[in-house]
Ligand binder design. Structure first.
Ligand code: GTP
Ligand code: MG
Length: 208
């Protein structure tokens, strides 16, 4: 634990990966950085913020919001509180958040919550990031599970749920369709690089 904490010392640029459990955050970080982070078949694999460090670039893999098999409700609440606290405590250091969603089920899940009159965790998380003023890219993952002909309408639906207007292609700097598992992550890399470039940090391109 102490060692994990030390990785944050002296970091000047932090990219945070957040999202519901099992959406593919850890798989994505592995694809982007080439570093091994724990990836699981079951949700709830990452239970604490995990850091990877390159020079003064800090990459943080957050535990997933939402359902985790074999983890009780109390524990799930404490994971959620931990995530919120981490974002509050480190908002100044966090330059960019990549919110990962499972594009193949996102709209259905959100509607299921809405039909129970509950606020979907994903929307809550997104609103919180906005409130904290953290620049956020939505990585629409698992597009290998969506039929080509349905891709545009599916992403349009996601855009609407997040309170923006379709067509999604007017938000190319915000919504990036990817498949971490298939190694199809180029649009996300391009967007991250654009943010690094704006921050005059082209020197960090070599790490991703
Ligand atoms: N089909 C498909 N599966 C994927 C993709 N990306 C990740 N997965 C799978 O989704 C499962 C969960 O991946 P993880 O990377 O562990 O997910 P996570 O978001 O880090 O999960 P937590 O640590 O529980 O929050 C694994 O079985 C991955 O192989 C993708 O693009 N397509
Ligand atoms: Mg994980």
């Amino acid at each position: 634990m102490a060692k994990n904490e030390d990785l944050t010392q002296g970091a000047n640029y932090e990219i945070l990966f957040v999202g519901r459990s099992n959406v593919g955050k850890s798989t994505l970080i592995r694809e982007i950085t080439g570093k091994q982070v724990k990836v699981g078949k079951r949700p709830g694999v990452t239970l604490k913020p995990t850091h990877i460090r390159f020079s003064d670039l800090l990459i943080t893999d957050m535990p997933g919001f939402g359902f985790m098999s074999g983890v009780n409700e109390h524990k799930q609440d404490s994971v959620k509180n931990q995530i919120v606290r981490y974002m509050e405590n480190n908002a100044e250091r966090i330059d960019l958040a990549v919110m990962v969603i499972d594009g193949s089920v996102f709209v259905e899940l959100v509607e299921r919550w809405e039909s129970r009159n509950e606020i979907p965790v994903d929307l809550e998380l997104y609103a919180f990031l906005q409130e904290m003023g953290i620049d956020t890219i939505i990585a629409v993952n698992k597009i290998d599970k969506i039929k080509d002909k349905d891709l545009d309408s599916t992403i349009d639906g996601i855009v609407e749920k997040l309170g923006m207007l379709p067509p999604w292609k007017q938000w190319l700097d915000k919504f990036v369709p990817i498949s971490a598992k298939k190694g199809n992550i180029r649009p996300l890399k391009a967007q991250i690089r654009q943010r690094l470039h704006s921050a005059k940090r082209d020197d960090l391109f070599k790490y991703m």
